[in-house]
Design a protein around this ligand. Structure first.
Ligand SMILES: *[C@@H]1O[C@H](CO)[C@@H](O)[C@H](O)[C@H]1NC(C)=O
Ligand SMILES: *[C@@H]1O[C@H](CO)[C@@H](O)[C@H](O)[C@H]1NC(C)=O
Ligand SMILES: [Zn+2]
Length: 464
């Protein structure tokens, strides 16, 4: 290894260590449950109720360039409260990933200036063949993202998105700098909280894969521009960035900083978008484009991500129905295309129940685990337990059946009306079968009856 290479490895490690301490919501699921926010300036305990374990951590320049070059002024309270168990399995995983990032750096430096390289050269030799083989079927609705994530050593979001950007020729077309693209994707993946059972980078990779399936549908494929495709993929990859693993009502009732920043409205989605913009600017991914284009990209990215706010589902669905009833969708019109991209992203985000049972079931278990975990925190702190979050009165089956009936079915029924293809029929078919499977697994004493058989889904409490 040349001296320059060694220096860059050292520089990389330093950056990596500091990146562990940058502004982000971090949420520790250990017994010493803790919720942290890093914000302006210094560390502040933000709620007396939580004084033992919920803290605010701070960093200068939080929104949207919260990860700028400002010195990190806060103290990590987790280290003050840490018990052996809170160390858990994360360090081992981080070490593994450190090695994979070292490989990433080495290979990206060696290949700097060599265009059209297959991004998969970075993978472990043993897994390279299998992962590459899987990516050839990335457009399949049966794509097993969990398996792909294992093959890529927990880097599914990076590899999948990189592959798709290449696949659509976007890197070349937008003259994106490969080093910046990789850095952007590494940071995006890092900003997801991998200790969230559900809202983690595998969910983001799954949504990106689903988005790819929709972008290939004939109606979209023949009308979308490259810009639409780039935005669709980026929005999918970043749509839950820095998700804390609790929902909006939780943030509001705990007087969370983000809730007041975004005035109790699409709090999480605004934060995901702002975080994505922060990374775009930090990595200067679009800095070679005219300023008005990159501002426009950021704005459209926001409009896509904000559409994933499930509490606004009826609004979007009503617009979709009106368009379909009046057959006025004209995909030559940029604003209509944008609306279809919003709907596609909404579908991709909640498509879990439309996947084959073996995949769908895993997602259901994960999302319910995240809800119940929130419920446990609420109980512990004598807060009202959010609907669907109480493990003593809800089962996975009834949470899923409600979600499918009131949220997923109406959306996919309209989508199938818009795009009447084999994929749409496949998705509706799985949805129907999966619902029947959950019904068969539903516990006997249906708590359900208590509120008249229907359980309205509360704002922000379903996966988004
Ligand atoms: C947000 O909701 C909380 C709790 O309902 C309320 O106290 C607060 O004033 C609201 N904030 C804004 C900006 O509406
Ligand atoms: C595109 O559609 C929007 C909304 O329906 C409409 O306001 C606009 O005039 C249309 N643009 C063109 C160029 O047709
Ligand atoms: Zn999501």
């Amino acid at each position: 290894m040349g001296i320059a290479l060694i220096w860059s490895v050292i520089a990389f490690l330093i950056r990596w260590i500091f990146s562990k301490r940058r502004g982000a919501i971090s949420y520790d699921s250990s017994d010493q449950t803790a919720l942290y926010i890093r914000m302006l300036g210094a560390c502040v305990i933000f709620k007396q109720l939580f004084s033992r374990d919920v803290r605010v951590r701070s960093q200068v320049g939080f929104e949207p360039e919260r990860r700028g070059s400002h010195p990190y002024l806060g103290v990590d309270f987790r280290t003050l409260h840490s018990r052996a168990e809170s160390a858990g399995s994360i360090p081992a995983r981080r070490i593994r990933r450190l090695f994979s990032f070292q490989r990433h750096l080495l290979s990206s430096r060696l290949l700097r200036g060599v265009p059209h390289q297959n991004p998969l050269h970075i993978l472990d030799e043993d897994y390279c063949g299998q992962a590459r083989c899987m990516l050839e079927k990335v457009g399949s609705w049966n794509f097993d993202i969990f398996f792909f994530d294992r093959l890529t050593n927990g880097n599914s979001l990076i590899y999948l998105t990189l592959y798709l950007l290449n696949h659509y020729g976007l890197i070349e077309l937008f003259q994106l700098d490969m080093v910046k693209v990789r850095r952007f994707l590494v940071l995006v993946q890092e900003d997801y909280h991998n200790h969230n059972p559900y809202h983690n980078s595998v969910h983001a990779a799954d949504v990106t894969q689903a988005m790819h399936c929709y972008l290939k549908e004939p109606k979209l494929a023949k009308s979308l521009t490259s810009c639409d495709i780039l935005l669709g993929l980026l929005a999918a990859a970043t749509h839950d960035l820095d998700h804390p693993g609790v929902n909006q009502p939780f943030l509001i009732k705990t007087n969370h900083y983000l809730a007041s920043l975004y005035r109790n409205t699409s709090v999480l989605e605004n934060h995901h978008w702002r975080s994505a913009v922060g990374l775009l600017r930090e990595t200067e991914l679009f800095s070679h484009l005219p300023a008005e284009d990159s501002v426009n990209m950021e704005r459209q990215l926001g409009s896509l991500i904000l559409a994933t706010d499930i509490s606004r589902q009826n609004e979007y669905l009503a617009r979709f129905r009106t368009h379909l009833d009046q057959e006025e969708l004209c995909l030559g019109n940029a604003s209509h295309r944008h609306f279809i991209l919003q709907m596609a992203l909404k579908c991709a985000d909640i498509c879990n129940p439309c996947r084959p049972w073996e995949l769908s079931k895993q997602w259901s278990e994960k999302v319910t685990e995240e809800f119940f975990h929130q419920g446990d925190i609420e109980k512990k702190h004598k807060l009202e337990v959010s609907p669907l979050c109480d493990s003593s009165t809800n089962s996975i089956a009834d949470v899923q059946i409600g979600f499918m009936t009131y949220v997923v079915e109406p959306l996919f029924a309209e989508w199938a009306r818009f795009s009447d293809t084999r994929l749409s029929q496949t998705m509706l078919g799985h949805l129907c079968l999966n619902k029947a499977s959950w019904k068969a697994l539903q516990p006997e004493e249906a708590e359900f009856e208590q509120d008249g058989g229907s359980r309205a889904l509360p704002q922000g409490s379903v996966e988004s």
